[in-house]
Design a binder for this molecule. Sequence first.
Ligand SMILES: CC(C)(COP(=O)(O)OP(=O)(O)OC[C@H]1O[C@@H](n2cnc3c(N)ncnc32)[C@H](O)[C@@H]1OP(=O)(O)O)[C@@H](O)C(=O)NCCC(=O)NCCS
Length: 193
Amino acid sequence: MRTLLTDGRLTLRRWRRDDARALLNLAQESAAEIGPWMMWTDAVTDQAGAEQFIADRLTQWDNGDGYGFVAVDVEGRLLGGGALGHFNRQHRLGNVGYFVRTGERGRGRAVALSRLLVLFGFEDLRLQRLEILVEPANLASQRVAEKLGAVREGTLRHRLLIHGEPRDAIMFSLLPGTVRLDSAAVAPGEASG
Ligand SMILES: CC(C)(COP(=O)(O)OP(=O)(O)OC[C@H]1O[C@@H](n2cnc3c(N)ncnc32)[C@H](O)[C@@H]1OP(=O)(O)O)[C@@H](O)C(=O)NCCC(=O)NCCS
């Protein structure tokens, strides 16, 4: 299983313990934009919180419960991150999540990093379906899912609990062979992978 994925411009790698300071910096820069949709920034408010976040990601990786990656540019600067998790082993399903630091938004980073994550899910983990759950109000994330080529399947009621509040979520899905590394996402069935 790979611990480093790249499209030549952006690299995803496994979190390292010495990423803690840069993660804290990213969280402080981006908490107002990430916090409404993802809860992890609540816990990454100081160095200890950042170290714990990374330790948890590494434990999940070692246990096979989740595969969290950090996205870096050619200079090694943290751009964002993402993870595969919430696996259903019997049916070989998983969930994709992603975030991009505030100063790097709007440059295609989320689509690029998510594409690498999806390929990891299908090629390395041999999953046969990946899901992306997005709140109806999270238009940027819906656009990312669409640009990946994910299919919008419907809205699931109270599918998420965010900050203790039940939220509806749009279910997007991806199947193997629908995402390619070297091009924009293509419609299901059009690519061989
Ligand atoms: C969602 C997120 C990852 C997008 O990151 P990004 O690097 O800016 O995304 P990209 O540049 O790859 O693509 C964003 C697309 O959404 C569009 N977009 C951005 N904000 C939008 C909005 N408010 N309404 C509609 N579309 C929007 C952009 O125009 C772009 O589409 P385009 O290329 O067709 O113009 C980022 O905003 C983020 O980290 N949000 C907080 C965490 C989050 O919501 N994660 C997903 C949880 S399901």
